[in-house]
Design a protein around this ligand. Structure first.
Ligand SMILES: [Zn+2]
Length: 250
């Protein structure tokens, strides 16, 4: 723990250290199982007033950032977040465990989705295998405390097509739905493929029985509100006879 650049945050050093010691091993087992070695056992957490990272040539201020064995946390964000910072740290600990070293652009949503999946399934325990949607297909009913989803809801973001690209908690819900309805190992499968530089979108067909965008469409349709007895609004008429027949569970 290094709080030398943000002395006011020193009181958080012990709780953060305890959280990392407890959760880093748990997070790693959740996505790699108990046989795959952790990338490091020496974690450093640095708290500093601002954390600035470079994203596509721009310098962007973020609440926290993980790289190799170091998590940098902004003390300004910590002051704003109160208890919420713990969930954020579990997200960053997942990145420490992932250590992908290069992710194809089209898979960044999976890296972030897995980190939020771990955060909300194992730590916050509030993950849902659906999105809360209104009849118009926009997010509806998220409270301000669901900060990422609430922000998308307020901005009336469209999710019907490739909504998984919104990443984070949206992707986490989708991954959790895939786990429950298509393949219970899909998260470790995608995680290991990214770690070993052999990710391809074809993995969805191979492990979940349908192309990625078809799977998203099914997830999105089943998240839409519909009255009992009538089919989900935008489900094609020519459906497969049984809803799960396309899925191959491995
Ligand atoms: Zn992240």
């Amino acid at each position: 723990m290094d709080t030398s650049k943000a002395p006011a945050a020193a009181e958080l050093a012990s709780p953060i250290q305890r959280l990392c010691e407890e959760w880093y091993p748990k997070v790693h087992v959740a996505i790699f199982g108990d046989q795959y070695p952790r990338p490091t056992d020496s974690l450093q957490v640095v708290i500093e007033p601002k954390v600035v990272v470079e994203v596509g040539g721009d310098r962007v201020e973020v609440p926290a950032y993980a790289h190799e064995g170091v998590i940098r946390v902004s003390s300004e964000s910590l002051a704003r977040m109160r208890d919420d910072y713990r969930g954020m740290l579990v997200h960053e600990l997942t990145h420490i465990s992932q250590r992908y070293r290069g992710v194809p652009d089209e898979a960044v949503w999976i890296r972030e989705g897995i980190a939020d999946y771990v955060r909300h399934k194992y730590y916050e325990k509030d993950i849902e295998a659906k999105l809360r949607l209104g009849p118009d297909g926009r997010l509806k009913g998220y409270p301000e405390t669901a900060s990422y989803l609430y922000g998308l809801q307020e901005n009336r973001v469209k999710l019907a097509k490739q909504g998984y690209r919104q990443s984070y908690t949206v992707a986490a819900a989708f991954l959790f739905w895939l786990e429950e309805h298509a393949n219970k190992n899909i998260v470790p499968v995608l995680n290991l493929a990214l770690r070993e530089h052999r990710y391809s979108e074809r993995l969805f067909g191979q492990f979940c029985g349908a192309p990625l965008d078809d799977l998203w469409r099914q997830f999105f349709d089943r998240s839409l509100p519909h009255q009992a007895g009538s089919p989900p609004r935008s489900t094609p008429v020519r459906r497969r006879p049984t809803p799960n027949s396309a899925f191959q569970v491995l």
